[in-house]
Design a protein around this ligand. Structure first.
Ligand SMILES: [Zn+2]
Length: 374
Protein backbone atom coordinates (compact mmCIF):
# COMPACT_ATOMS: atom_id res chain seq x y z
CA UNK A 1 0.00 0.00 0.00
CA UNK A 2 1.65 3.16 -1.12
CA UNK A 3 -1.24 5.55 -0.78
CA UNK A 4 -3.86 6.30 1.83
CA UNK A 5 -7.20 4.49 1.88
CA UNK A 6 -10.29 6.62 1.41
CA UNK A 7 -13.37 6.25 3.59
CA UNK A 8 -16.40 8.46 3.02
CA UNK A 9 -19.11 8.42 5.67
CA UNK A 10 -22.14 10.19 4.26
CA UNK A 11 -24.85 11.30 6.69
CA UNK A 12 -27.76 11.78 4.30
CA UNK A 13 -29.78 14.87 5.23
CA UNK A 14 -27.45 15.95 8.05
CA UNK A 15 -28.06 19.59 8.92
CA UNK A 16 -25.02 21.79 9.40
CA UNK A 17 -26.43 23.59 12.47
CA UNK A 18 -27.13 20.31 14.26
CA UNK A 19 -23.60 19.06 13.61
CA UNK A 20 -22.18 22.35 14.85
CA UNK A 21 -24.00 21.96 18.18
CA UNK A 22 -23.38 18.25 18.62
CA UNK A 23 -20.84 16.97 21.16
CA UNK A 24 -20.01 13.99 19.00
CA UNK A 25 -19.33 16.22 16.00
CA UNK A 26 -17.35 18.60 18.24
CA UNK A 27 -15.13 15.69 19.21
CA UNK A 28 -14.67 14.90 15.51
CA UNK A 29 -13.94 18.57 14.80
CA UNK A 30 -11.15 18.57 17.39
CA UNK A 31 -9.29 16.01 15.24
CA UNK A 32 -10.14 17.13 11.74
CA UNK A 33 -10.01 19.72 9.03
CA UNK A 34 -13.51 21.11 9.41
CA UNK A 35 -15.11 23.11 6.60
CA UNK A 36 -17.76 25.17 8.34
CA UNK A 37 -19.11 26.93 5.26
CA UNK A 38 -19.55 24.20 2.69
CA UNK A 39 -22.28 24.50 0.05
CA UNK A 40 -23.93 21.65 -1.82
CA UNK A 41 -24.67 21.82 -5.53
CA UNK A 42 -28.03 20.06 -5.25
CA UNK A 43 -30.25 19.95 -2.16
CA UNK A 44 -31.23 16.33 -2.85
CA UNK A 45 -29.10 13.20 -2.86
CA UNK A 46 -28.78 12.28 -6.54
CA UNK A 47 -27.62 15.65 -7.83
CA UNK A 48 -25.61 16.30 -4.67
CA UNK A 49 -23.62 13.07 -4.79
CA UNK A 50 -22.97 13.01 -8.53
CA UNK A 51 -21.47 16.48 -8.09
CA UNK A 52 -19.30 15.22 -5.22
CA UNK A 53 -18.06 12.19 -7.17
CA UNK A 54 -17.38 14.15 -10.37
CA UNK A 55 -16.09 17.38 -8.82
CA UNK A 56 -18.44 19.19 -11.18
CA UNK A 57 -21.86 20.78 -11.32
CA UNK A 58 -24.76 18.70 -12.64
CA UNK A 59 -25.51 21.50 -15.10
CA UNK A 60 -22.43 20.20 -16.96
CA UNK A 61 -22.34 16.49 -16.06
CA UNK A 62 -25.99 15.91 -16.97
CA UNK A 63 -27.10 14.78 -13.49
CA UNK A 64 -29.00 17.84 -12.35
CA UNK A 65 -32.29 16.35 -11.10
CA UNK A 66 -33.98 13.35 -9.52
CA UNK A 67 -34.48 11.96 -13.00
CA UNK A 68 -31.04 12.23 -14.50
CA UNK A 69 -28.75 9.58 -12.98
CA UNK A 70 -28.48 7.93 -16.40
CA UNK A 71 -27.78 11.21 -18.15
CA UNK A 72 -24.41 11.46 -16.40
CA UNK A 73 -21.79 12.06 -19.10
CA UNK A 74 -19.44 9.18 -18.27
CA UNK A 75 -17.20 9.82 -21.24
CA UNK A 76 -16.54 13.41 -20.14
CA UNK A 77 -16.45 13.18 -16.36
CA UNK A 78 -14.26 10.68 -14.59
CA UNK A 79 -15.46 9.92 -11.07
CA UNK A 80 -13.44 9.79 -7.88
CA UNK A 81 -13.98 6.03 -7.82
CA UNK A 82 -12.64 5.64 -11.36
CA UNK A 83 -9.52 7.61 -10.48
CA UNK A 84 -8.97 5.39 -7.44
CA UNK A 85 -9.69 2.23 -9.42
CA UNK A 86 -6.97 3.23 -11.91
CA UNK A 87 -4.59 3.25 -8.94
CA UNK A 88 -5.70 -0.30 -8.07
CA UNK A 89 -7.89 0.60 -5.13
CA UNK A 90 -10.41 -2.03 -4.01
CA UNK A 91 -13.67 -0.10 -4.13
CA UNK A 92 -16.88 -0.77 -2.24
CA UNK A 93 -20.07 1.25 -1.82
CA UNK A 94 -22.90 0.57 0.61
CA UNK A 95 -25.76 2.78 -0.52
CA UNK A 96 -29.46 3.49 -0.14
CA UNK A 97 -30.45 2.79 -3.77
CA UNK A 98 -29.19 2.25 -7.31
CA UNK A 99 -29.37 5.89 -8.31
CA UNK A 100 -27.64 8.06 -5.73
CA UNK A 101 -23.97 7.55 -6.46
CA UNK A 102 -22.31 6.85 -9.84
CA UNK A 103 -21.52 3.13 -10.09
CA UNK A 104 -18.57 3.33 -12.43
CA UNK A 105 -15.34 2.24 -10.76
CA UNK A 106 -16.95 0.31 -7.90
CA UNK A 107 -16.04 -3.39 -7.55
CA UNK A 108 -18.99 -3.79 -5.23
CA UNK A 109 -22.05 -1.58 -5.20
CA UNK A 110 -24.37 -2.88 -2.50
CA UNK A 111 -27.83 -1.46 -1.95
CA UNK A 112 -28.96 -1.78 1.65
CA UNK A 113 -32.53 -2.03 2.89
CA UNK A 114 -33.03 1.40 4.43
CA UNK A 115 -36.07 0.23 6.41
CA UNK A 116 -34.76 -2.98 7.94
CA UNK A 117 -30.98 -3.14 7.88
CA UNK A 118 -28.82 -2.48 10.92
CA UNK A 119 -26.46 -0.04 9.21
CA UNK A 120 -24.13 0.26 12.18
CA UNK A 121 -23.59 -3.48 12.37
CA UNK A 122 -23.20 -3.83 8.59
CA UNK A 123 -20.82 -0.90 8.23
CA UNK A 124 -18.66 -2.05 11.13
CA UNK A 125 -18.40 -5.45 9.47
CA UNK A 126 -17.45 -3.77 6.20
CA UNK A 127 -14.69 -1.80 7.90
CA UNK A 128 -13.33 -5.04 9.36
CA UNK A 129 -13.52 -6.77 6.01
CA UNK A 130 -11.73 -3.99 4.18
CA UNK A 131 -9.08 -3.98 6.87
CA UNK A 132 -8.53 -7.73 6.73
CA UNK A 133 -8.40 -8.10 2.96
CA UNK A 134 -5.63 -10.31 1.76
CA UNK A 135 -4.46 -7.65 -0.67
CA UNK A 136 -1.73 -5.13 -1.15
CA UNK A 137 -4.14 -2.70 -2.68
CA UNK A 138 -5.51 0.35 -0.98
CA UNK A 139 -9.26 0.56 -0.54
CA UNK A 140 -12.05 3.06 -1.03
CA UNK A 141 -15.14 2.54 1.09
CA UNK A 142 -18.28 4.65 0.72
CA UNK A 143 -20.77 4.29 3.58
CA UNK A 144 -24.20 5.87 3.17
CA UNK A 145 -26.09 6.49 6.43
CA UNK A 146 -29.68 6.70 5.23
CA UNK A 147 -31.78 6.61 8.40
CA UNK A 148 -32.49 10.36 8.65
CA UNK A 149 -33.83 10.16 5.13
CA UNK A 150 -35.91 7.09 6.01
CA UNK A 151 -37.43 8.81 9.04
CA UNK A 152 -38.27 11.96 7.05
CA UNK A 153 -39.74 9.84 4.26
CA UNK A 154 -42.06 7.99 6.64
CA UNK A 155 -42.93 10.80 9.04
CA UNK A 156 -42.92 13.88 6.76
CA UNK A 157 -42.90 13.12 3.03
CA UNK A 158 -45.70 10.54 3.27
CA UNK A 159 -47.77 12.54 5.76
CA UNK A 160 -47.62 16.17 4.60
CA UNK A 161 -47.27 18.09 1.37
CA UNK A 162 -45.17 21.20 0.78
CA UNK A 163 -48.03 23.47 1.87
CA UNK A 164 -49.56 21.50 4.79
CA UNK A 165 -50.61 23.87 7.52
CA UNK A 166 -50.23 21.01 10.03
CA UNK A 167 -46.55 20.89 9.24
CA UNK A 168 -45.64 24.56 9.03
CA UNK A 169 -47.55 25.56 12.16
CA UNK A 170 -45.81 22.91 14.29
CA UNK A 171 -42.18 23.92 14.15
CA UNK A 172 -41.42 22.52 17.59
CA UNK A 173 -42.74 19.12 16.63
CA UNK A 174 -40.69 19.27 13.42
CA UNK A 175 -37.54 20.14 15.38
CA UNK A 176 -38.12 17.31 17.82
CA UNK A 177 -38.69 14.82 14.99
CA UNK A 178 -35.53 15.90 13.20
CA UNK A 179 -33.45 15.98 16.37
CA UNK A 180 -34.43 12.43 17.27
CA UNK A 181 -33.31 11.26 13.83
CA UNK A 182 -30.11 13.29 14.10
CA UNK A 183 -29.30 11.79 17.51
CA UNK A 184 -29.47 8.32 15.98
CA UNK A 185 -27.04 9.51 13.29
CA UNK A 186 -24.70 10.84 15.99
CA UNK A 187 -24.74 7.51 17.75
CA UNK A 188 -24.02 5.71 14.46
CA UNK A 189 -21.14 8.05 13.70
CA UNK A 190 -19.68 7.76 17.18
CA UNK A 191 -19.65 3.98 16.95
CA UNK A 192 -18.26 3.94 13.40
CA UNK A 193 -15.43 6.29 14.36
CA UNK A 194 -14.67 4.19 17.44
CA UNK A 195 -14.41 1.15 15.15
CA UNK A 196 -12.13 3.08 12.78
CA UNK A 197 -9.81 4.01 15.65
CA UNK A 198 -9.91 0.45 17.02
CA UNK A 199 -8.75 -0.84 13.65
CA UNK A 200 -6.25 2.05 13.46
CA UNK A 201 -7.58 2.93 10.01
CA UNK A 202 -7.16 6.59 10.92
CA UNK A 203 -3.40 6.06 10.53
CA UNK A 204 -3.48 5.02 6.89
CA UNK A 205 -6.74 6.49 5.61
CA UNK A 206 -8.24 9.82 4.68
CA UNK A 207 -11.71 9.86 6.19
CA UNK A 208 -14.38 12.29 5.04
CA UNK A 209 -17.49 12.69 7.18
CA UNK A 210 -20.04 14.69 5.23
CA UNK A 211 -23.70 15.36 4.57
CA UNK A 212 -25.21 15.85 1.14
CA UNK A 213 -27.77 18.55 2.10
CA UNK A 214 -29.87 19.68 5.05
CA UNK A 215 -33.58 19.17 5.69
CA UNK A 216 -36.32 21.69 6.47
CA UNK A 217 -37.91 21.87 9.88
CA UNK A 218 -40.57 24.19 8.54
CA UNK A 219 -38.55 27.34 7.88
CA UNK A 220 -40.24 28.23 4.59
CA UNK A 221 -43.75 27.44 3.41
CA UNK A 222 -43.47 25.40 0.22
CA UNK A 223 -40.70 23.04 1.38
CA UNK A 224 -41.42 20.34 3.96
CA UNK A 225 -38.11 18.51 3.54
CA UNK A 226 -35.60 19.40 0.80
CA UNK A 227 -35.20 19.81 -2.94
CA UNK A 228 -37.73 22.61 -3.48
CA UNK A 229 -35.68 25.70 -2.62
CA UNK A 230 -32.11 26.97 -2.50
CA UNK A 231 -32.08 28.30 1.06
CA UNK A 232 -29.21 27.73 3.43
CA UNK A 233 -30.97 25.28 5.74
CA UNK A 234 -30.62 22.74 2.91
CA UNK A 235 -27.67 24.15 0.92
CA UNK A 236 -25.25 24.20 3.83
CA UNK A 237 -23.77 20.80 4.51
CA UNK A 238 -20.89 19.70 6.72
CA UNK A 239 -17.49 18.25 5.89
CA UNK A 240 -14.84 16.93 8.25
CA UNK A 241 -11.62 15.53 6.78
CA UNK A 242 -9.58 13.29 9.05
CA UNK A 243 -6.13 13.30 7.49
CA UNK A 244 -3.21 11.41 9.05
CA UNK A 245 -0.48 13.69 10.42
CA UNK A 246 -2.41 16.90 9.93
CA UNK A 247 -3.34 19.42 12.60
CA UNK A 248 -6.98 20.18 13.33
CA UNK A 249 -8.25 23.30 11.64
CA UNK A 250 -11.57 25.04 11.04
CA UNK A 251 -11.82 26.59 7.59
CA UNK A 252 -14.48 29.27 7.64
CA UNK A 253 -14.40 30.54 4.10
CA UNK A 254 -17.01 29.30 1.66
CA UNK A 255 -16.15 26.12 -0.25
CA UNK A 256 -18.29 23.75 -2.33
CA UNK A 257 -19.00 20.02 -2.23
CA UNK A 258 -17.58 19.87 -5.79
CA UNK A 259 -14.20 20.73 -4.26
CA UNK A 260 -13.92 17.50 -2.22
CA UNK A 261 -13.00 15.24 -5.13
CA UNK A 262 -10.11 17.36 -6.48
CA UNK A 263 -8.94 17.83 -2.88
CA UNK A 264 -8.83 14.08 -2.26
CA UNK A 265 -6.99 13.51 -5.57
CA UNK A 266 -4.53 16.25 -4.65
CA UNK A 267 -3.94 14.73 -1.20
CA UNK A 268 -3.18 11.41 -2.93
CA UNK A 269 -1.02 13.00 -5.60
CA UNK A 270 -3.24 11.69 -8.38
CA UNK A 271 -3.18 14.04 -11.38
CA UNK A 272 -6.36 14.96 -13.26
CA UNK A 273 -6.90 13.13 -16.54
CA UNK A 274 -6.55 15.67 -19.34
CA UNK A 275 -8.65 13.57 -21.69
CA UNK A 276 -11.72 14.42 -19.64
CA UNK A 277 -13.55 17.74 -19.21
CA UNK A 278 -12.25 20.29 -16.75
CA UNK A 279 -13.67 20.16 -13.24
CA UNK A 280 -15.75 22.93 -11.72
CA UNK A 281 -14.27 22.15 -8.31
CA UNK A 282 -10.80 23.08 -7.10
CA UNK A 283 -8.37 21.47 -4.69
CA UNK A 284 -8.66 22.86 -1.17
CA UNK A 285 -5.20 21.63 -0.24
CA UNK A 286 -3.84 25.20 0.04
CA UNK A 287 -6.47 25.92 2.74
CA UNK A 288 -5.67 22.66 4.53
CA UNK A 289 -2.01 23.71 4.54
CA UNK A 290 -2.92 27.08 6.04
CA UNK A 291 -2.40 29.04 2.83
CA UNK A 292 -4.91 31.39 1.28
CA UNK A 293 -7.19 30.64 -1.64
CA UNK A 294 -9.57 33.11 -3.22
CA UNK A 295 -13.16 32.21 -2.47
CA UNK A 296 -15.00 30.66 -5.41
CA UNK A 297 -18.71 31.30 -6.08
CA UNK A 298 -21.02 28.46 -5.09
CA UNK A 299 -23.72 27.50 -7.59
CA UNK A 300 -26.72 25.38 -6.63
CA UNK A 301 -29.92 24.35 -8.35
CA UNK A 302 -32.99 22.22 -7.85
CA UNK A 303 -36.39 21.41 -9.31
CA UNK A 304 -39.20 22.91 -7.25
CA UNK A 305 -42.27 20.69 -7.72
CA UNK A 306 -44.54 23.66 -6.85
CA UNK A 307 -48.08 22.21 -6.66
CA UNK A 308 -47.16 18.99 -8.48
CA UNK A 309 -46.48 15.68 -6.74
CA UNK A 310 -43.14 15.07 -8.41
CA UNK A 311 -40.27 17.45 -9.18
CA UNK A 312 -39.76 18.64 -12.77
CA UNK A 313 -37.31 17.00 -15.17
CA UNK A 314 -35.06 20.06 -15.24
CA UNK A 315 -34.08 22.45 -12.42
CA UNK A 316 -36.20 25.60 -12.17
CA UNK A 317 -34.64 27.21 -9.07
CA UNK A 318 -31.01 28.32 -9.07
CA UNK A 319 -28.73 30.23 -6.76
CA UNK A 320 -25.28 31.70 -6.58
CA UNK A 321 -23.61 32.44 -3.30
CA UNK A 322 -20.60 34.07 -1.68
CA UNK A 323 -19.88 34.09 2.06
CA UNK A 324 -21.87 37.30 2.29
CA UNK A 325 -24.53 37.27 -0.39
CA UNK A 326 -26.90 35.00 -2.24
CA UNK A 327 -28.89 35.58 -5.40
CA UNK A 328 -31.74 33.15 -6.13
CA UNK A 329 -33.35 32.89 -9.57
CA UNK A 330 -36.82 31.30 -9.66
CA UNK A 331 -36.87 30.42 -13.31
CA UNK A 332 -40.47 29.12 -13.24
CA UNK A 333 -41.87 32.59 -12.61
CA UNK A 334 -38.86 34.71 -13.55
CA UNK A 335 -38.38 36.24 -10.10
CA UNK A 336 -35.17 36.84 -8.19
CA UNK A 337 -34.25 37.10 -4.52
CA UNK A 338 -31.17 38.65 -2.94
CA UNK A 339 -30.07 38.08 0.64
CA UNK A 340 -27.36 39.54 2.82
CA UNK A 341 -26.29 36.32 4.52
CA UNK A 342 -24.23 38.03 7.21
CA UNK A 343 -27.07 40.27 8.44
CA UNK A 344 -29.91 37.95 7.48
CA UNK A 345 -28.76 34.30 7.70
CA UNK A 346 -32.36 33.03 7.67
CA UNK A 347 -32.97 34.72 4.31
CA UNK A 348 -36.12 36.57 5.28
CA UNK A 349 -35.38 40.03 3.91
CA UNK A 350 -35.35 39.98 0.11
CA UNK A 351 -33.18 42.86 -1.12
CA UNK A 352 -33.72 42.41 -4.84
CA UNK A 353 -34.06 45.66 -6.71
CA UNK A 354 -33.02 47.78 -3.73
CA UNK A 355 -29.87 49.04 -5.42
CA UNK A 356 -27.30 46.65 -3.92
CA UNK A 357 -24.33 46.71 -6.29
CA UNK A 358 -23.65 42.99 -5.86
CA UNK A 359 -26.95 42.08 -7.53
CA UNK A 360 -25.77 42.62 -11.11
CA UNK A 361 -22.43 40.89 -10.52
CA UNK A 362 -24.09 37.79 -9.06
CA UNK A 363 -26.61 37.74 -11.88
CA UNK A 364 -23.85 37.77 -14.50
CA UNK A 365 -21.93 35.01 -12.69
CA UNK A 366 -25.06 32.90 -12.39
CA UNK A 367 -25.87 33.30 -16.09
CA UNK A 368 -22.32 32.30 -16.98
CA UNK A 369 -22.59 29.07 -15.04
CA UNK A 370 -26.10 28.25 -16.29
CA UNK A 371 -24.97 28.76 -19.89
CA UNK A 372 -21.82 26.66 -19.62
CA UNK A 373 -22.51 23.30 -21.24
CA UNK A 374 -20.20 20.44 -22.13
ZN1 LIG B 1 -29.86 13.13 0.65
Amino acid sequence: MNKKNIIIIMIDGGRFDRAQNSNIFKKLKSKSIFFSNSITYGPHTIAAMHAVFSGSYGSRTGTNSYWSTFKFKKDKFKTLTEYLKMKNYDTHADVINQLVVPKQGFDNYVVHDELNDDLLKNHKTLLEKMNQRNSNNNFFLYLHYSKIHTGIMNEVLKVYDNYSDDFFSNKEKNELRYDTLFEAAESYLDNILTKIYELELNKNSIILVMSDHGISIGEKLGERAYGAYCYDYTLRNFAYFLIPDSNPLEIKQQIRTIDYMPTILDLLNIPLDEFYSNLDGISLLPLIEGKSLSEPYAFSETGNPLKDKAPPKEPNTKSIRTSNWKLIFNEYNNTKELYNLQLDPNENNNLIGTGEKIEELLWIKLQNIINTRD
